[in-house]
Design a protein around this ligand. Structure first.
Ligand code: DPP
Ligand code: ZN
Length: 851
């Protein structure tokens, strides 16, 4: 298939003012009537409408049926020649038939558990009707739904309804990807919100009967999000109603359709018994994310899909700001950076690397990536740092003023910063156009006589696919200097690196300082410092910037693990083990922070670091090194860990708030280490008494690791047999913690169980995602992990290409490993590539993985 190129963008030659849609819903034969009010923009042009898997029943121009001979119909488009069209405005009416029941790809209109629902981003609407399915065509929608389902929902405000029908009108022009329709047997949790200007908005979260008592947290998060967007960005909601629907079968996390957000059920439903603290935290941030899209995405949308980061990077940045305000900012920053490194740095370092704003795609669904989302958010964080909070607010106000109602570009976005802050962003724009994670190398020089401390920075970005040469980036580096006793001798200051090589000089110092560089992770770069474990331990104990304090501990641990894993050290680093002493003594002042410091770098992170340092990672050795270090830490600090494990116990009623969740996180981090010594004894007791899913699941993980889980797993399975979201966890935890030598076998065993409803994306992701996250299991030298995984990708591709393509990214690190593993992985990718009838989605991914 031909790629679509950014350089080929042309405006649509027609305006589409208004569309009216009528749906006669039926599982097999749904009829969709569409009436489009079109007008040529500048003279005659062919009218090209997108449409896939549609059966055209009738088509009429200005009320007169069209002779089928006048139109060209392919399996992707319907074209009416310019000569057949009037010179002025006209209406085009079509009726098509579609088959929601057969729609296993879950794009367009489909059935989930007996309910009709839609997913139109990015190009799902063309599976519903013939339409200019591109984000720069924005129209007002009127929708009529006819169905015997009790609840019938669409975008905008309700107009009227009766037995078997309902009508909706969305007053705000929108692109088709924001269209949504839901029809089902649903119940609602209702509430309302009064906006800053005093309008009442009716809020409802729609779920299957029986789930209504699991929506309170999502509703609370929604109301807090609405208030926050008013107070922080001055953005008010703009419809009379806001509806959220929870759906069991969903390709993504959630979708910001105007006035009718559709969510993967796992990001709405929560009770203490069924959801973990992490689930609650994610629900809060995704509810916020989708709500924030109302302004950043819907009121201002993207001109074309290359601009996806315009809405996603900004909206992720906004949801991160929201969570930081609602919870601990430092903890949230550390979690965001962990996720960024685990997913985005990994992507940037492999065959799938692409710029935040790509320039070419075959299937746009393949670009809903960590680079577009998370790096897109980092780029905005850097902009905010460079222009300051006031400059940022001015720029955002200008953005909303200037572009409301438009489909905008990254150029438009940067221009508002240039205009509002009087700054040239030409060089900064490279963050959007060039892929790859810059390496920022720092050396120190201390001139004792002059009292002068110099930091010399050099930056370099490695080649990525299609981009052999990179320019220097603008890198905002927040840094401070600490004196020998831990006092801050140079408070945090922002240095802008713009050159390939640049230095920063600090005068008037009485002793050699220890620099704390890249505070708050002020830029998404890999910082390379020539430093010692002792200097790291010093920062881990004294840094006044919490992010860098955590970072120092992480570097200390990663360095020790790398040495162990490649046999360069024979025993765990004593400097590291000692460093946990003060941390544990002080842990209660910020339990969530201490819990993060106790978490050792994961195996994939160690593998990436080894590869980055020029070594070939051995997954089995990495696994062993990590186990060994954890055990050594547990042995050295057993008493302190055991005391904290008892003191962090919460006897009150469960609350998902940051405070109690942080205490649980610390307690469970202690459990994870103690489990290496007590052979599952504490985990056994905790599993028996746990009053919430956070504790149950951690206990279960510990029991699996100590090979004591048979009884607990059976009990868990019996208790939660009817709860899909909980059973997903049951699959996931077993795969994450399976012994590497048995992981593929274990996966095959789980996949053969009747509960493995693989067509459900969440269930499939639990098992396959769990296997690929089991680093030493997936990358087992036998190739059994690769083989099993590829078998299932091939099977899933015929059912759901989008999920398959997304999951194929498990292979993106294959060039890191030894020749044997490379050959095994390559063979599996080639086998997938050779599959007959492979989807465009997966075809593009495996081609890039093999390039
Ligand atoms: N636009 C959706 C989001 O919020 C896509 N899943 O990220
Ligand atoms: Zn989004």
């Amino acid at each position: 298939p031909q790629p679509t190129l950014l350089a080929d963008y042309r405006p649509y030659p027609f305006t589409l003012d208004h569309v009216s849609l009528t749906f006669r819903l039926a599982p097999k034969g749904t009829r969709v009537c569409a009436k489009l009010s079109l007008a040529p923009k500048d003279g005659p042009a062919d009218l090209v409408l997108d449409g896939e898997d549609l059966r055209l029943i009738s088509i009429a121009l200005d009320g007169t049926a069209l002779d089928p001979a006048t139109l060209t119909l392919t399996d992707r488009q319907l074209t009416l020649p310019a000569a057949a069209l009037p010179a002025g405005p006209f209406t085009l009416e079509t009726e098509v038939e579609i088959d929601p029941e057969a729609n296993t790809a879950l794009e367009g209109l489909y059935l989930s558990g007996g309910m009709f629902c839609t997913q139109c981003e990015a190009e799902g609407f063309r599976h519903i009707t013939y339409y200019p399915d591109r984000p720069d065509v924005m129209a007002r929608f009127d929708v009529r739904i006819e169905s015997d389902m009790p609840v019938l929902l669409s975008n905008g405000n309700p107009v009227a309804q009766g037995a078997g029908w309902a009508e909706w009108r969305d007053p705000w022009p929108k692109p088709a990807y924001l269209f949504a329709l839901v029809a089902g047997n649903l119940v609602a949790l209702r509430d309302d919100f009064i906006t800053a200007s005093g309008r009442t908005v009716d809020l409802a979260i729609w779920v299957r009967p029986g789930d209504e008592d699991r929506c309170a947290y999502a509703m609370d998060a929604l109301k807090r999000s609405m208030a926050w967007d008013e107070s922080t960005y001055g953005r008010e909601y703009d419809l009379d109603v806001f509806n959220i629907v929870a759906v069991d079968d969903f390709n993504m996390g959630a979708m910001e359709n105007k006035g009718l957000n559709i969510f993967n059920a796992k990001l709405v439903l929560a009770s203490p018994e069924t959801a973990t603290d992490t689930d609650y935290e994610r629900i809060e941030s995704v509810i916020a994310h989708e709500y924030f899209h109302n302004w950043t995405g819907n009121r201002i949308t993207c001109r074309d899909w290359f601009q996806l980061c315009l809405k996603e990077g900004l909206t992720v940045f906004r949801d991160q700001q929201f969570s930081a305000d609602e919870r601990s900012a430092a903890v949230r920053r550390i979690e965001d950076v962990l996720a960024l490194r685990a997913r985005q740095f990994r992507e940037d370092a492999g065959p799938l690397a692409h710029p935040v704003r790509p320039e070419s795609y075959v299937e746009i669904n393949n670009f809903y990536t960590a680079t577009v989302y998370e790096k897109g958010a980092e780029v905005i964080g850097m902009l905010r740092r460079l222009v300051g909070p006031e400059g940022y607010r001015r720029a955002l106000d200008l953005y909303f003023d200037r572009h409301d109602g438009q489909a905008a570009t990254i150029e438009d976005w940067l221009k508002v910063f240039e205009d509002a802050c009087d700054r040239d962003l030409t060089q900064f724009k490279r963050w959007y156009t060039e892929a790859g994670t810059p390496r920022l190398h720092v050396t120190e020089d201390w001139d004792a006589e002059a009292g002068r401390f110099t930091l010399e920075f050099t930056q370099e970005t490695a080649a990525t696919p299609g981009q052999p040469v990179k320019g220097a980036r603008v890198i905002p580096v927040e840094l401070g200097l600490l004196g020998p006793n831990g006092d801050e001798v140079q408070p945090s200051t922002l240095i802008e690196i713009t050159e390939p090589r640049q230095s920063a000089v600090f005068e008037g110092l009485s002793a050699r300082p220890v620099p704390s560089i890249l505070r708050g992770f002020s830029a998404p770069v890999i910082l390379e410092r020539e430093t010692t474990q002792a200097a790291r331990a010093f920062l881990f104990a004294h840094d006044t910037d919490p992010f860098n304090r955590w970072e120092a501990g992480r570097n200390l641990a990663r360095t020790a693990l790398m040495a162990l894993a490649r046999g360069a050290a024979t025993a765990p680093d004593p400097e590291l083990i000692a460093a946990y002493g003060p941390l544990l003594r002080d842990a209660e002042t910020d339990p969530a922070f201490a819990a993060l410091c106790l978490r050792l770098p994961g195996e994939d992170e160690i593998a990436a670091a080894l590869h980055g340092a020029g070594h070939t990672p051995d997954p089995a050795e990495i696994h062993a090194a990590r186990a060994r270090l954890a055990r050594a830490i547990a042995q050295a600090h057993e008493e302190a860990l055991a005391a904290l494990y008892i003191r962090m116990k919460d006897d009150g009623p469960y609350s998902p708030d940051a405070g109690p969740a942080g205490r649980r996180a610390l307690r469970l981090a202690c459990l994870g280490l103690l489990n290496r010594l007590d052979n599952g004894a504490r985990a056994q007791a905790l599993f028996a008494e746990a009053g919430n899913m956070t504790e149950s699941l951690s206990a279960l993980a510990c029991l699996i690791e100590t090979n004591k889980a048979a009884g607990a797993l059976a009990e868990f399975r019996d208790r939660w047999a009817g709860e899909r979201l909980v059973m997903d966890k049951w699959f996931l935890v077993q795969m994450l913690h399976a012994a590497p030598d048995r992981a593929a076998q274990e996966a095959a065993h789980l996949a053969a169980l009747p509960e493995f409803d693989w067509k459900n994306p969440n269930r499939f992701r639990s098992l396959m995602g769990g296997l690929s996250a089991n680093h030493a299991g997936f990358h087992h030298a036998s190739g059994a992990g690769y083989r099993f995984y590829a078998d299932w990708l091939i099977r899933m591709d015929a059912m759901n290409p989008q999920i398959t393509a997304r999951m194929s990214t498990a292979f993106e690190t294959w060039p890191r490993y030894d020749a044997g593993r490379q050959a095994l992985a390559r063979a599996e990718l080639q086998r997938i590539a050779a599959t007959e009838g492979l989807s465009r989605d997966t075809g593009e991914m495996v081609a890039r993985l093999l390039a």
